[in-house]
Write a protein that binds this ligand. Structure first.
Ligand code: CP
Ligand code: NVA
Length: 303
């Protein structure tokens, strides 16, 4: 494993190896066991979109691993004024030991990896959010014990979260059902991948059908970063149907857990009472970003 660009690139073995290391690092962190496995290493963090969790968990994670993280806003970098990614990649490769990037186009992340010579980590693109899905899988295993026989249901926009959850959950052996409105389906490349899993994957516009007997219910915002201009039109399509609420939870298993990558829009994709009833799971998920990403950093940057 040289980079973390998208879930599609990871083998099942690589996912489990990352999750096991994440559990170990979480244990060490909780028990005050020092793990300076990246002493003297530097991570550059390029942000072309806003962030709370990704920014803080990567920076803190590098510090806990004995390394250093630099926050690089695209407003300050020459990349924001049009310096080509090929040149940025080759320059930053000479200063840093790794780059985390949050941006719009997946191609930009892939190009950084292509032209640079250091590990690249995708901290969210319009296409996917692999760091989030590793944390989600870690949280599911933590609460449920294993992935064996579990069904994950995603309700909402076929966005970066949907794309990554479909791939990640199928790869670890879960059954996956996704409810999206027509015109808001996951990426065709992801649907092509999911096809190989036969009846372990279902795409429908019917939320009740998708949620039936689910063990894990997941949703995300109706309008992602960069889609602010579409928010009103999307509201009209999604409102009243594509929401995790009490009645949808009754269709899922009694002990179903609920995850949300956050930030959440209460009353839109998730009802306030369901969010609060499952806050322990949702905030453990947010914490697990730290542990899962530290595992990614160690795997990619430890020599
Ligand atoms: N879930 C997530 O990536 O959060 P941020 O946008 O705050 O980083
Ligand atoms: N789909 C959301 C996820 C935020 C973590 C977005 O891209 O804005």
């Amino acid at each position: 494993m040289k980079h973390l660009l998208k879930m599609l690139d990871l083998s099942t073995e690589e996912i489990f190896s990352l999750l096991n290391l994440a559990d170990q690092l979480k244990y060490e962190q909780k028990h005050g066991i020092q793990h300076h496995r990246l002493k003297g290493k530097t991570l550059g963090m390029i942000f072309q979109k806003a962030s709370t969790r990704t920014r803080v968990s990567f920076e803190t994670g590098m510090y806990q691993l004995g390394g250093y993280a630099l926050f690089l806003s695209s407003n300050d970098l020459q990349i924001g004024r049009g310096e080509p990614v090929q040149d940025t990649a080759r320059v930053l490769s000479r200063y840093l030991d790794g780059i985390m990037i949050r941006t719009f186009e997946q191609k930009e992340v892939e190009d950084l990896a292509k032209y640079g010579s250091i590990p690249i980590i995708n901290g969210l693109t319009d296409f996917c959010h692999p760091c989030q899905i590793l944390a989600d899988l870690m949280t599911i295993r933590e609460f449920k014990g294993s992935f064996q026989g579990l069904k994950m249901c995603y309700v909402g926009d076929g966005n970066n979260m949907a794309n990554s959850l479909i791939v990640g959950c199928l790869k670890v052996g879960m059954q996956v059902s996704v409810a999206c409105p027509d015109g808001y389906h996951p990426d065709p490349a992801v649907l092509e991948f999911a096809k190989e899993y036969g009846d372990r994957f279902l795409l429908t516009s019917d939320v009740m059908e998708a949620a039936k007997n689910a063990d894990v219910m997941i949703t995300d915002v109706w309008a992602s970063m960069g889609q602010e201009g579409e928010a009103k039109a999307r509201q009209e399509v999604f409102a009243g149907t594509y929401q995790i609420n009490r009645s949808l939870m009754e269709t899922a298993k009694k002990d179903a857990m609920v995850l949300h990558c956050l930030p959440a829009h209460r009353g839109e994709e998730i009802a306030e009472d369901v969010f609060e009833a499952h806050a322990d799971e949702i905030f453990e998920e947010a914490e697990n970003r730290l542990h899962a990403q530290k595992a990614v950093l160690v795997k990619l940057m430890e020599k």
